[in-house]
Design a protein around this ligand. Sequence first.
Ligand SMILES: NC(=O)c1ccc[n+]([C@@H]2O[C@H](COP(=O)([O-])OP(=O)(O)OC[C@H]3O[C@@H](n4cnc5c(N)ncnc54)[C@H](OP(=O)(O)O)[C@@H]3O)[C@@H](O)[C@H]2O)c1
Length: 307
Amino acid sequence: MKWTMDEVPSLEGKKIVITGANSGIGFETALACAAHGAHTILACRDEAKGEHAIAQLKQSHIRGEVENMKLDLSSLSSIREFSSTLLDKYNSIDGLVNNAGIMMTPYQLTADGFESQFGVNHLGHFALTGLLLPALLASPHSRIVNVSSGAHSWGSIDFDNLMYEGGKGYSRAFAYCRSKLANLLFSKGLQKRLLEINSDTIATSAHPGWSSTNLGMRSHPLASPIMSIFWKLAQSAAMGALPTLRALLDPTAQGGDYYGPDGFRSSRGHPIKVGSSQDAQNPELADRLWVVSEELTGISYSWTNDN
Ligand SMILES: NC(=O)c1ccc[n+]([C@@H]2O[C@H](COP(=O)([O-])OP(=O)(O)OC[C@H]3O[C@@H](n4cnc5c(N)ncnc54)[C@H](OP(=O)(O)O)[C@@H]3O)[C@@H](O)[C@H]2O)c1
């Protein structure tokens, strides 16, 4: 049977945070969550775009409350501000979808000096999750979903030049692949630590296949026209959001599961469990990346499970 949102029960009373929710996969994820009654928090770097997304959601048949909050994953101070505002308002969160992403951008640094694709796609979400962990642990059976990509399989983690210091050896494409591999290793490391404290919170992952969104539109002067043609052949963003939604909401999902489309080369279709590269399954790599990510972000996870 094909998995669709029809499988999902009412989400009334649930609070779900989605990064990069003003566009593409994040927007469709927010729409589906709000339509099923979840209080849906759109974490967007551009407040105006977030407000526009809220207005669009309100024109659809949503049942849940929707809220826009500013979050720029390229800045640890923005991540801290977002997290403290959220935790002041809410003690518990039922779902965190680490969805926001940039792809194949030129070599540049985040506010904290991280190579931007690794900084936004991985380190930003690593820091955010650590800061929101108390609220996630406070909610029974909560979930953290990391949105990766099939491109992770071309990625490698070189700890000697993790962030292409000074642009050394930088490739827009391989830096993206590295960040997407890091997303899967983060899920692996997180799930291991959640199990160690006997938490019923789980970490899962998803990838949207090849879906028509704004990804990569600003990465190069030629990107926009090329990408527009490229994306015309892709599946809709709504279909691309289904693996994320399954990873977030399917009651049968287990910690560590990774969902992607069931069609041609996992590029389109309905969500099923999919495999990942050997590197993505390597526990030593996951542990080393965890330690380095804590050092770089200065965020130490607090593993108290009061549940
Ligand atoms: N589309 C695909 O075929 C595909 C394939 C594989 C994986 N993915 C993954 O799917 C996820 C969603 O991408 P998408 O395809 O939906 O692309 P998208 O339409 O470009 O959406 C990306 C979202 O991330 C946000 N974002 C970028 N930088 C940010 C930052 N510093 N802080 C906070 N938010 C930030 C964007 O905000 P702005 O609107 O302000 O830029 C936007 O809301 C990404 O993780 C991507 O790697 C997509």
